[in-house]
Design a protein around this ligand. Sequence first.
Ligand SMILES: [Zn+2]
Length: 272
Amino acid sequence: MLPSKFYAEFNSEEKAIEYFKSAYQKKITSCKHCKQAKLRWSDRRVGWKCSSCSKFHSLKSLTFIKDSNLSLLTWLEVIYLLTETKKTLSICEITRLIKINRYKTVFYMVQKIRKVMGEVNLKAYFSKRSAIEVGIEKECDYFSVFYGKQVAGGLDFIRLEIPQYLHNRYRRMSTELRGKESFRNKKILLSRFKVYEIYPKYLRKSIESRTLYKNWERKILSNFLRELKGVFHHVSFMYLQNVLDEYCFKYNFRYGKEDKFRTLIRIASESS
Ligand SMILES: [Zn+2]
């Protein structure tokens, strides 16, 4: 979707609310408190109110945006910028484009969205795996590549992963984070590791190991490394998996007929 079209369609907070509401409506059919299907939409409070026990369910709380004070329009804009551009944008660039002055605010938004991208990638079925050599600063010497074909669309799906030993190291490091500042980091990182471990063990076992075709391997790797050098510059290894998730999401849905930001919100709303 072209930026001009996107900004014409989503020109107010109401439009963004309407969009999220239509995506998440099917997720809430009855009150979570008293289990009765007597929910009424409230425009003023942006959410559903139960008419029998008057428990309020906000729209935001159903989405992955939970516990954020920013408007849904800002979120939608960031999701759009992350998914629909051909080349990826750095967090600084997004900060400039959406006119938010605080780097950290956008940083956490982007990490949350990348986490959802990781979950979406994991929904694919992978039948093969391979390792490609990277050798970034001697710390990370290979990525695992999981790949497979989608049955319906015939698209090839990939998922790049940092090696298991790095994963274990950063998991340990993030559980040891202390203090106020680290609370948000911890939340983001630990949920990321949960995503990482979600792929069913029995499926992992059935994945056949083989070497990739040289050409394909080179393309995936050099495209990613170019982004890493040119855009992300100093991404720490702790967040490298999130960057990989974003890269794979864009790769996997590059031929999708639906706008990519719609795909992301649709699949996210279908999962619990
Ligand atoms: Zn109720």
